[in-house]
Design a protein around this ligand. Structure first.
Ligand code: DX5
Ligand code: ZN
Length: 227
């Protein structure tokens, strides 16, 4: 159990998977105990990369057994978040920097039947998510500047996780607290001891020779942050 009262979850990011064999790659990490499957949606505007959209999320929904954790790195989530809800996303997380009306967007996601999440870039202060904490099921702290897998973890993210955890405690709310970017066996215990309960890992899992073993190893390393 994490310090937030939630079980520790590992959400492999398929951004670093082999896109020609997505179903097999996902089955492998699900068999290895992945709790969620993290899907990175990039539109080439909010971030300098372009990945997948609603048709692929819809296709993934047919083969994925675990919840689909969809991270929207898009310019206009107020308009497009519902596409991903309709495609079958279980969690839809939007960037606070990209939304003019974040409260309205997260409520629309919930009304559509998915769990809403909010996320913030490394350069955005924790205070930016304060007002929506009571409205979301998930807060995602970006520990790299979004756009690519395999980047180095930004150390100041640890303090931000602790700050958001403290805000949640003070407000009496318990969203999951997820960290995304540069998570491996060294960084996982740092963010878990700061209050994270959900870890995204792309390169450290799919870039490993044995992704199933790497996933289990990250879970063991993360658990060390709980003591
Ligand atoms: C970055 C994405 C991440 C990315 C993480 O923009 O949001 O989910 O896949 O990859 P690693 O674990 O390789 O940093
Ligand atoms: Zn992500």
């Amino acid at each position: 159990m994490s310090t937030t009262g939630h079980e520790l979850f590992i959400a492999p990011s398929i951004l670093s998977a082999d896109f020609t064999r997505l179903a097999e790659e996902i089955q492998m990490i699900e068999d290895a105990g992945a709790d969620w499957v993290h899907v990175d949606v990039m539109d080439g505007h909010f971030v300098p990369n372009l990945t997948i959209g609603p048709p692929v999320v819809k296709a993934l929904k047919r083969v994925v057994r675990k919840p689909l954790d969809v991270h929207l790195m898009v310019e206009d989530p107020d308009r497009t978040a519902e596409w991903y809800v309709d495609a079958g996303a279980d969690m839809v997380t939007v960037h606070v920097e990209a939304s003019a009306h974040i409260g309205r967007t997260v409520e629309a996601i919930r009304r559509g039947g998915a769990s809403p999440g909010v996320t913030l870039n490394p350069g955005t202060p924790a205070s930016e998510v304060r007002e929506v904490l009571p409205l979301v099921d998930l807060v995602l702290v970006m520990s790299v500047n979004p756009g690519f897998g395999g980047q180095a973890f930004i150390e100041t993210s640890v303090a931000k996780v602790a700050e958001i955890r403290a805000m949640c405690r003070e407000m009496g709310v318990e969203p999951r607290l997820e960290v995304d970017g540069g998570i491996d066996c060294t960084t996982a215990p740092l963010v878990v001891s700061a209050g994270a309960d959900t870890l995204v890992a792309g390169n450290a899992i799919f870039g490993a020779e044995d992704p199933a073993a790497a996933l289990r190893q990250i879970r063991r390393c993360a658990a060390a942050g709980l003591v």
